[in-house]
Design a protein around this ligand. Structure first.
Ligand SMILES: Nc1ncnc2c1ncn2[C@@H]1O[C@H](COP(=O)(O)OP(=O)(O)OP(=O)(O)O)[C@@H](O)[C@H]1O
Length: 330
């Protein structure tokens, strides 16, 4: 039998719910691929259907049309217990396991494999320790869940998913409650897991900038449209990344790699080193300041200097606030 190239593949999939006898479609014609050992991020606005797609991939909701193939076999041909062994899931829901230790919670990842008494074998224990080491939480192993921070808890949940040793790990907004540093740390940890352990990972996230930095592929979901997929780099240079900002008055700045307000003023007469020009443009844009006709700004490094040339005169400033204030008075 051919080894499948993708761990997960969707072909023209429709997703949705049943309300009584009525089927409510949330998305249709969704096609996607997740290659083995890769980190993919699923992005899209609130309510577009990301969690619904994830639940369908996990086999918790039936697809309404099309086909999902997991590990070379159509999903509907796989037994729920087999799927639970092969797909590990980390959901956003707050867990109520405060009286368990970190090790006991990670050990729950072995549940699909233990006998009915839940007795852990020596191999189970080795896998649990390994998962805690890979997620850098081994030092917390005897701590109670109620005594660790949200960022640490998220790592514990990832360790539990790793302990399950499935082929695919799915995480629905794993960084939703975390601060910026923890959001970076978690996503880089997931990236390490794909690269060092060959796991395939699908993450639902709203953190576009971190997703761009860490993911191999992005799946962009929009209301009533097929998924747009590609490497973050290709989606940026083709401008398709802007599908995420449609109708918002925002745009993705391909040089800065950030979402910014769509430019409404003409700031083309600003020249100099990129980092000075970019931040000056941002400040002008935020304050709604435009350059008077025929004027220009030359920025230079050293101590940062901004020379504003206007109507035959030249003014020099050493910070952006002074430039903006001066322009607003002239
Ligand atoms: N159990 C349900 N029964 C009926 N409709 C539902 C159910 N769960 C979600 N929906 C609806 O399906 C649509 C998609 O919801 P979903 O949670 O998949 O979106 P999402 O993209 O994950 O949103 P968010 O980014 O806010 O988490 C929404 O309109 C939602 O109201």
């Amino acid at each position: 039998m051919d080894v499948p190239q993708y761990i997960l593949e969707g072909k023209g999939v429709s997703i949705g719910y049943h309300k009584g006898k009525q089927a409510v479609k949330v998305g249709e014609s969704l096609s996607f691929q997740l290659s083995k050992g890769k980190l993919n991020c699923l992005l899209g606005p609130n309510g577009v259907g990301k969690s619904t797609l994830v639940k369908t991939i996990m086999g918790h909701l039936p697809s309404m049309a099309g086909e999902i193939i997991f590990s070379g076999i159509p999903l509907h041909e796989q037994h729920p217990r087999q799927l639970a062994q092969k797909i590990s899931v980390v959901l956003t829901d707050k867990i109520t396991a405060g009286n368990l230790t970190v090790t006991q919670l990670v050990a729950l990842g072995r549940t699909p494999f233990t006998n009915w008494l839940g007795k852990l074998s020596a191999e189970d224990k080795r896998i649990i320790s390994e998962a805690m080491r890979a997620t850098k939480i081994y030092y917390l192993k005897d701590q109670l869940i109620s005594e660790i921070s949200d960022g640490q808890l998220q790592k514990v949940m990832i360790a539990r998913a790793l302990a399950q040793d499935g082929q695919l790990i799915i995480l629905d907004e794993p960084t939703a409650h975390l601060d910026l540093i923890n959001r970076y740390e978690i996503m880089h940890l997931l990236r390490d897991i794909t690269q060092q352990q060959g796991k395939s990972i699908l993450v639902v996230t709203h953190d576009l900038e971190i997703a761009i930095e860490t993911a191999d592929h992005l799946w962009i979901m929009q209301c009533g449209e097929p998924l747009t997929t590609g490497t973050p780099e290709d989606l940026i240079i083709s401008g398709k990344i802007n599908l995420l900002t449609t109708g918002s008055g925002l745009t993705f700045d391909p040089t800065l790699g950030k979402i910014r307000p769509a430019a409404s003023q003409d700031h083309t007469n600003i020249h100099g080193p990129d980092h000075l020009v970019q931040w000056l443009k941002l400040a002008l844009q935020k304050s709604g300041t435009s350059l008077p006709e025929g004027s220009s700004i030359e920025a230079s490094d050293g101590p940062p200097t901004f020379s504003v040339k206007s109507q035959g005169s030249e003014e020099k400033f050493h910070d952006i606030l002074s430039v903006v204030s001066w322009l607003n008075q002239h």
